[in-house]
Design a protein around this ligand. Structure first.
Ligand SMILES: Nc1ncnc2c1ncn2[C@@H]1O[C@H](COP(=O)(O)OP(=O)(O)OP(=O)(O)O)[C@@H](O)[C@H]1O
Ligand SMILES: C[C@@](O)(CCO)CC(=O)[O-]
Ligand SMILES: [Mg+2]
Length: 385
């Protein structure tokens, strides 16, 4: 039997970085998925194989070697989500180094540590072949790390004794609330290995889907009543969430009062965002007035993100270009490159969007739209093999 889990990426509508420091963010799932498949191998086949299709890397460990390297942990199986210690990360790094990880891709190694931690913690030392592929750009602000950790945790839990699923179900099925909560908590432990200090917003929106508000580790569902359309532009400038989050924290300790004021302002923007999208548009006039308010909020949020040091020349280029079309944009996710959102109001013509996409393309950027606010993590079982 093969178990497959898919988890969506996300866009942060308002409040990235502020949310790491306990201020509110608003985020939505998007219909681009990371998919993990796990096929258990026979017990005498002593290997765990990991195929990372998006980054073109394959690993194969013998179960005996994994046990040897993690022997200091005793039994790593745990029914409750547990953090990976620094000492254990060092052991996991040994396992990864032994597979001669290419130097040019070393920034991606933490994803493999997260895999090994979640795998051994949830499933123990079972031999298996694990494959991952994603529709999300990796490391571009659309929550690829969270979708990776959520889909991995979901597939592993589906094979564990911790959740009892109906494996005879055909097609995609959902976890119940408490199972999803468990998936989310394990995914958060994986995010910690990749991000350093994640707020938990990304894994929560990937697990539960739709639109959420998130503050100090607490998620509230937002019932969006507004048709939201965003153009997502990938600047293709590589960045790393862990480093950007650490830079903001360092700036906060250098200028605590100024940073507090900025983060409070960002929180006010997030709160207004959630109020606006929950309101029912009584007519077109009301809808355009709300779209105009969101446009202004995005402009302000972006200005504040620039002031905390997470914008980038490529992001500013997208802003300037969309401004020519009277459209507002803001970075999404950690910034420093990656993806930028441009709000597409309902009245905008397809011709204008095409022109904007073409102009953005001339800088080497890639623009696309995605469905906003769909379902969270899902699971499916294939008995054909
Ligand atoms: N499909 C994948 N295959 C392998 N590794 C992945 C994949 N998706 C994510 N990762 C891991 O996640 C890391 C990227 O996470 P990072 O948090 O920096 O970016 P992001 O999640 O795409 O953006 P943001 O956190 O701003 O939303 C990669 O370096 C890699 O370790
Ligand atoms: C930058 C950040 O706020 C969002 C990344 O998508 C980090 C986090 O919340 O963990
Ligand atoms: Mg991430």
């Amino acid at each position: 039997m093969e178990v497959t889990a898919r988890a969506p990426g996300k866009i942060i509508l308002a409040g990235e970085h502020a949310v790491v420091h306990g201020y509110t963010a608003v985020a939505s799932s998007i219909d681009l998925y990371t998919v993990f498949s796990i096929r258990l191998r026979s017990e005498d086949d002593d290997t765990v194989k990991l195929k990372l299709n998006d980054i073109g890397l394959d690993f194969s460990w013998s179960v005996r070697r994994i046990k040897e390297v993690l022997s200091h942990l005793g039994s790593p199986f745990s029914s409750t989500p547990t953090s990976c210690s620094l000492e254990t990360i060092k052991s996991l790094a040994t396992l990864v180094d032994e597979q001669s990880f290419p130097e040019t891709k070393i920034g991606l190694a933490s994803g493999v540590y997260a895999f090994l931690w979640l795998y051994t913690s949830i499933l123990g030392f079972k031999p298996a072949t694990v494959t991952v592929s994603s529709e999300l750009p990796v490391g571009a602000g659309l929550g690829s790390s969270a979708a990776y950790c959520v889909s991995l945790s979901a597939a592993l839990l589906a094979l564990s004794d911790s959740v009892k699923l109906d494996v005879s179900q055909k097609g995609w099925s959902m976890f119940n609330e408490s199972e999803a909560e468990l998936v989310n908590k394990w995914a958060f432990e994986g995010e910690k290995i990749i991000h350093g200090k994640p707020s938990g917003v990304d894994n929560s929106v990937s697990t539960f889907g739709n639109v959420i508000k998130f503050k100090s580790g607490v998620m509230t569902r937002v019932n969006s009543n507004m048709p939201l359309r965003m153009l997502i532009t990938n600047t293709k400038v590589g960045r790393d969430t862990k480093a950007l989050v650490a830079n903001v924290s360092a700036r906060k300790s250098r200028h605590p009062d100024a940073m507090c004021s900025v983060l409070n302002a960002i929180e006010a923007i997030s709160d207004e965002w959630s109020t606006i999208i929950q309101s029912h548009a009584v007519d077109d006039l009301y809808l355009s007035a709300n779209e105009e308010k969101l446009r202004e909020l995005m402009e302000m949020n972006q200005g504040l993100l620039l002031s905390i040091g997470v914008s980038h020349a490529s992001i500013e280029n997208v802003l300037q270009t969309s401004m020519k079309y009277k459209l507002a944009s803001k970075l999404t996710g950690a910034g420093g490159g990656g993806c930028v959102l441009t709000l597409l109001p309902t009245h905008i013509s397809g011709e204008v969007i095409d022109k904007l996409v073409e102009e953005l393309g001339s800088f080497g950027f890639q623009s696309f739209t995605a469905g906003i606010g769909g379902k969270g993590v899902q699971i499916s079982f294939d008995h054909s093999s």
